[in-house]
Design a protein around this ligand. Sequence first.
Ligand code: CO
Length: 173
Amino acid sequence: MAILEIRKFPDKILRQQAQPVADITDPERKLIQDMFDTMCFAKGVGLAAPQVGISKRIIVCNPTGEEADGLAIINPRIIYRKGRKVKDCEGCLSIPTLTAEVARFTIIGVVGKDPAGKNISLEARDLLARIIDHETDHLNGTLFIDKIGFLKRKMLVGRYKKKVGITCVGRWY
Ligand code: CO
């Protein structure tokens, strides 16, 4: 068990396109276990590998915190989004203290591989759909603050900068 350091916004790795995983071997499985441990320790419901400094297409989620509900997806690909677009309050372990209402579809279809290397295909709804969408966004360098209005983002990021003591000026948000 290892608790990894969670990279915080505006760390550049959070803005990179993560690389597909070619082979799922023991190092990848160890990383996935560490990601579960780190997510659980941080009381999060989802985590993407770039958030722990590894630019690879791996996500873990757990909407309930029950061990049986843990889900890891390697090379996740969202193949459809449907249902209604619903706004709900979202946060991110890489942007602590900041939350905002984000609109996402209530149903998504996702394909990828599990830690054993088997193909998986599932339809997720509601909170799980929201988490998978949020975490898959991380693999493309997208953060939830990109999905809210510009003025709201400017205000929230300004507040975040003050809170975490960032004094640099720049258009990194
Ligand atoms: Co996040």
